[in-house]
Write a protein that binds this ligand. Structure first.
Ligand code: MG
Length: 331
């Protein structure tokens, strides 16, 4: 570990966070003889139940629709790849970047943003997936003890979206990589689903960003690397930034907010609302770890934690068990 720490100090940019300079953990732990603190955080994240559940959580296209659509897990891996490329090119800490990327979306509910919007209406203080991601690593995982991660990883996870910006450039790599990943792969999945046809894509955006999926990702990454050397924050050139914003608006109008899946959205919303209301009335029927949260932080908080942790298939199965007579069940 000490050799790795020295190597980081020599190799990384002065703007990077070296593992030996971490602001530390909430509770100090004995250092690992082999791995730096950020390498250890990355490994802790990968070995968690919440990480494995990402496999069965929706990105945009509901998971059962086809094997080739992105899930929350493959989205996470694409974010990690893009964020690491940015970090490596800018001589930032790849281990810290990867740890943040692999944990950034743990707080997403079943059924993607549909579930998130439902919980946002049900919770008195609202629901934001980035805050829930941080709650997962600090308070829910590891049987309610949290993962005891470093401050920089927790800051990056909390600030990967929302108004607050990450304190580290490694966190900013993940924030940028998240947008690059989802815009590009959601576009790819929308074409796969036939929601969009290739001729409908905005020609001015393709002219600047590229004609293929790979070219567009490459343009965005190269632009950030070229514009961000020696800057205090990561930036893009005005042309690529404006074009990317234009593509994002197009995606909101045609894919994220369009009517094509409204019936399915209503069903997903109904499942989340029904589960929330059932467990609010019967909190003792939740797994023990959530019953304990209810005692300490109130029933609504505990139910929100339980429901938001669910995968799509767990939510559907639980709904069927609670509300659908077994004689008529599809399963
Ligand atoms: Mg994400």
């Amino acid at each position: 570990r000490e050799r790795l720490e020295q190597e980081e100090a020599q190799r990384l940019s002065p703007r990077a966070v070296c593992a030996k300079d971490t602001r530390g953990r909430e509770k100090p732990i004995v250092p690992c003889p082999m791995r730096t603190d950020f390498q250890r955080d990355r490994d802790r994240i990968i070995h968690c139940k919440a990480f494995r559940r990402l496999k069965y959580k929706t990105q945009v296209f509901l998971a059962p629709e086809g094997d080739h659509y992105r899930t929350r897990l493959t989205h996470t891996l694409e974010v990690a790849q893009i964020a690491r490329t940015l970090a490596r090119c800018l001589q930032l800490n790849e281990d810290l970047t990867e740890a943040i990327a692999l944990g950034h979306d743990w707080g997403h509910t079943p059924f993607g943003h549909i579930g998130g919007h439902a919980l946002d209406r049900l919770m008195p203080e609202g629901f934001r997936h980035n805050e829930q991601s941080r709650r997962c690593v600090e308070a829910l995982e590891n049987d309610g003890n949290g993962l005891t991660l470093t401050w920089e990883v927790r800051d990056g996870i909390l600030c990967h979206s929302g108004k607050q910006f990450p304190a580290t450039l490694e966190g900013q790599c993940v924030r940028r990589a998240d947008r690059i990943a989802y815009l590009n792969h959601d576009l790819d999945d929308a074409l796969r689903a036939g929601v969009l046809q290739p001729f409908e894509l905005p020609a001015d955006c393709l002219k600047v960003l590229g004609q293929t999926h790979g070219e567009r990702i490459n343009t965005m990454i190269c632009d950030i690397v070229a514009c961000s050397a020696d800057k205090p924050t990561l930036t893009m050139s005005p042309l690529v930034q404006e074009t990317m914003d234009g593509l994002r608006e197009f995606m909101f109008a045609r894919v994220y907010r369009d009517q094509w899946r409204q019936a399915e959205e209503e069903r997903c919303k109904h499942v989340v609302e029904a589960l929330f209301s059932y467990y609010s009335e019967h909190p003792g029927e939740m797994p023990e770890e959530f019953v304990l949260i209810g005692y300490k932080e109130g029933t609504a908080r505990a139910v929100c934690d339980f429901v938001s942790c669910m995968t799509d298939r767990y939510a559907i199965r639980t709904y069927q068990q609670l509300f659908v007579p077994s004689g008529f069940s599809a399963i």
